[in-house]
Write a protein of this length. Structure first.
Length: 369
């Protein structure tokens, strides 16, 4: 059997790079046909296949081999599938290695990675140019984007409500040199042309930002029609089978793919910090063996982290990455604190209280700065 690839898949982002990835998969996986996950339910998926929309589930073997939640397909993933003869249904054998992944840590009996969107090229970080404008929130979304591997793009919406949108754009640019910032208004239509640079055929774009900033309006504006009304949002029909119209990954008329999943909308910002600790839990683990409880791993005697570095147990690149992220987060926390101080009778940033209560090593670093 040869994988079936056609224009439909190309429209959904299949390209030479993915073809190469497929060729590198082991047998028998590479003989299965690629499809892209366009919606996710609790136990099944909607896929765009070479044969149109299919509903699908993973095989028993897949389930057996999956070690953690993040091993399961997520919206945006390319999966290797086999159609069931004569039906608009497929089974999923494998997930192709992700190019990027927006991850949310979910706490249950154990803490697990939940992939809220895979293979994004860009993450549109949406914030409104009214009293909801929040630079620190934008910064934290940018960290989440960088961690995911997608390129952040900041969209300041409701430009029609703001006398000087460019002044706010400049604030964002100062905070994150190099990250593109665009002011748009779905009301007046201003700023739409600039988005053409990202909305290329086959490019996948995620949308995130707090409730009310204008994400749905933006989506419909980009689509040129009301996506929510036309796509149908029921998960199950009466017989417990999925409607095949449900999508969280939309193909726009211009050829770009836009991802709007509930999980991505609800990205919890301080997860970036909690996520950092979890992501580097191996280093935290090593640090618990340092002689001094407040060891900064900076030349102190009896430092287990430096020991692991010199013995080769800890990859220097990984440690450098840890330091870099630690610095970014400390920078944000400093701003957060000074904002909380200068704002004692007004609104306190929502997360400051949570951060103050967190008794962790990260805060010790931050307080030294
Ligand atoms: P979401 O929760 O992020 O999806 O936000 P919505 O798209 O539902 O928009 C929230 C509110 O902002 C709605 O009342 C919209 O009509 C309004 N809105 C969205 N875009 C604009 C805009 O460009 N200008 C103005 N003035 N209002 C907007
Ligand atoms: Zn140490």
């Amino acid at each position: 059997m040869n994988p079936i690839i056609n224009d439909q898949l190309t429209a959904y982002g299949w390209n030479d790079g993915w073809q190469q990835t497929l060729a590198e998969m082991e047998q028998p996986l590479r003989q299965y046909s690629p499809a892209r996950v366009v919606a996710q339910f609790s136990h099944s998926y909607n896929l765009m296949t070479a044969d149109g929309l299919h509903s699908a589930a993973v095989t028993g073997k897949f389930e057996f081999l999956a070690a953690k939640r993040g091993d399961y397909p997520a919206v945006g993933d390319w999966v290797l599938t086999e159609p069931l003869p004569g039906e608009k249904r497929s089974v999923i054998h494998a997930v192709l290695p992700r190019r990027s992944a927006m991850v949310r840590k979910v706490a249950g009996s154990v803490i697990e990675d939940q992939i809220v969107g895979a293979n994004l090229d860009y993450l549109f970080i949406v914030n409104a140019l009214n009293q909801d404008f929040n630079l620190r929130k934008i910064e934290r979304y940018m960290i989440a984007a960088w961690e995911s591997g997608a390129s952040p793009v900041v969209l300041l919406t409701k430009a029609d409500l703001c006398p000087d949108p460019e002044a706010f754009a400049a604030l964002v640019e100062d905070a994150a040199p190099g990250v593109p910032v665009h002011c748009v208004s779905a009301w007046t239509g201003s700023g739409k042309e600039a988005l053409g640079a990202y909305l290329k055929p086959g490019a996948t774009i995620g949308i995130t930002g707090s409730s009310g900033v204008g994400k749905s309006t933006l989506l419909n504006w980009l689509a040129g029609h009301d996506l929510q009304l036309t796509q149908g949002i029921r998960e199950d029909d009466a017989r417990g089978r999925h409607t095949t119209t449900h999508r969280e990954l939309f193909l726009l008329a211009g050829g770009a793919l836009v991802m709007d999943t509930p999980g991505m909308r609800e990205l919890q910002l301080w997860d970036a910090q909690e996520g950092w600790q979890l992501a580097f839990s191996d280093i935290e683990q090593l640090a618990s063996g340092c002689r001094f409880r407040d060891c900064k791993h900076d030349g102190e005697a009896g430092c287990a982290v430096l020991e692991a570095l010199s013995s080769g147990e800890l990859d220097p690149k990984r440690f450098a990455n840890y330091r870099k992220t630690e610095k970014e987060l400390a920078h944000l926390a400093r701003k957060e604190r000074s904002a909380a101080k200068g704002n004692s009778k007004g609104k306190r940033p929502r997360s400051a209280g949570r951060a103050d209560r967190r008794p962790n090593r990260l805060l010790e670093y931050m307080d030294d700065e």
